[in-house]
Every structure is written in structure tokens, then in C-alpha cells.
Ligand binder design. Structure first.
Ligand SMILES: [Zn+2]
Length: 203
């Protein structure tokens, strides 16, 4: 048997878009190199290893098509990596991604209004829904999303765009309204003392 015969074992086989035409050579590593025709019409040379491991499945047209498709998908919502997109992404992460470092203050925080934790409403699960609301409700660079009731969910009913200082004020108002346990205890004690005083007067 001649060298050509012993090296014909892949001829005619298909690997992805490539069909092996003929054995060409061995490369420096001793691998066989094959001339292949791609479904798109181009010819290319590929080693046995790359063919058999599926590392090369076209002349290169497959990768070009895939990245074009990926770019198209990104262009579809047109906002990838924009500020609004990161706001949306951050909001969802805080509420739904348990490993997020703020999860305990959002998704993991149960409130009267959100007994299962602060959540993002159905309409905002997809970026497009959120973007539509944002643009129709005064979103601008420099504004942040502000929950009117900090114990409430992220939804059109409970959110607005605010400057950072407006947002701080709102948080403060909410904090005063709710009190932390220490403040609550002090307020309760003050109330009992007043009640005791009243009773003393009445006695
Ligand atoms: Zn091709």
C-alpha cells in the first residue's frame, strides 16, 4: 500500500460544513493535513485532530455568521451596556440573584408589602418592558430609580426617576416612618412612661 492510500481514510467524510477532499501533507507535529471543501464553496486545510475533535467545522464562515447573529441580537434592544441597561440589570440582580452582595436588602428582605422579598414586577422582567416605562417616565442620565415605598416592589406603581439627593431624602423619610428596632423600643418606652404618668395623675 502506498502512502496515498494509507492517508485516504478521511476522504469523503463530513465534519460540520466541511467535506474532506484529499490528504495534503503532514504538519510538523506529524498530524495529517486535509484539504476540505466548505458548504459555502471555500476550500480550507485542516488537521485530523481539529476535524475529529470538532474544533474546525467550516472555513471560518460559521464563526462569522454566529458573531453576526449575536451582534444582531444585541442591536435588537439597542441598549446593551448602556446606563439604563445596567440599572435594569442591577435591579434584577439585587432582587433575584441570591449571591448578589445587596441581596439581603432586596430579594432577601421580607416586608408587609412584599412578604416574599422585594421583587421586580412581571412587566419589567424583560429589558424592553422596563425601557419603555423608563423613557415614557422621564428617564435621563444622572437620575436613579427610586422606590417611593422602600418596602415595596420595583414596578410602575412604586417607582420614579429621582436625583440621588431626592432618593436619599425618600429613604430617610421611610426610615423615620418605620424606625429601626432600637428607635422603636425607645419610642415604645416613651409612650409607656407617658401612660404611667397619666395613670399617676388619675390616681
Ligand atoms: Zn465556509
Amino acid at each position: 500500500m502506498g502512502a496515498n492510500n494509507s492517508c485516504a481514510y478521511l476522504v469523503g467524510q463530513r465534519f460540520g460544513r466541511l467535506v474532506v477532499l484529499e490528504h495534503v501533507d503532514r504538519n510538523s507535529g506529524g498530524n495529517h493535513i486535509w484539504s476540505c471543501r466548505c458548504d459555502c464553496g471555500n476550500e480550507t486545510r485542516v488537521s485530523t485532530g481539529c476535524l475529529q475533535r470538532g474544533k474546525v467545522q467550516s472555513c471560518g464562515c460559521l464563526r462569522i455568521e454566529r458573531s453576526a447573529a449575536a451582534n444582531k441580537a444585541k442591536a435588537k434592544h439597542g441598549m446593551h451596556k448602556t446606563r439604563l441597561y445596567s440599572i435594569w440589570h442591577g435591579m434584577k440582580q439585587r432582587c433575584h440573584y441570591k449571591k448578589h452582595d445587596r441581596y439581603d436588602d432586596y430579594g432577601g428582605r421580607k416586608t408587609g408589602r412584599c412578604p416574599a422579598g422585594i421583587y421586580v414586577c412581571e412587566a419589567w422582567q424583560q429589558f424592553l418592558g422596563f425601557k419603555e416605562w423608563a423613557l415614557a417616565n422621564g428617564y435621563a442620565d444622572g437620575l436613579t430609580i427610586d422606590r417611593i415605598d422602600v418596602d415595596g416592589e420595583y414596578s410602575p406603581n412604586n417607582c420614579r426617576w429621582a436625583t440621588r439627593s431626592e432618593q436619599e431624602k425618600n429613604k430617610w423619610r421611610n426610615r423615620i416612618r418605620d424606625r429601626d428596632p432600637q428607635e422603636q423600643a425607645e419610642r415604645d418606652r416613651a409612650r409607656w412612661e407617658r401612660e404611667i404618668e397619666e395613670q399617676d395623675k388619675a390616681a
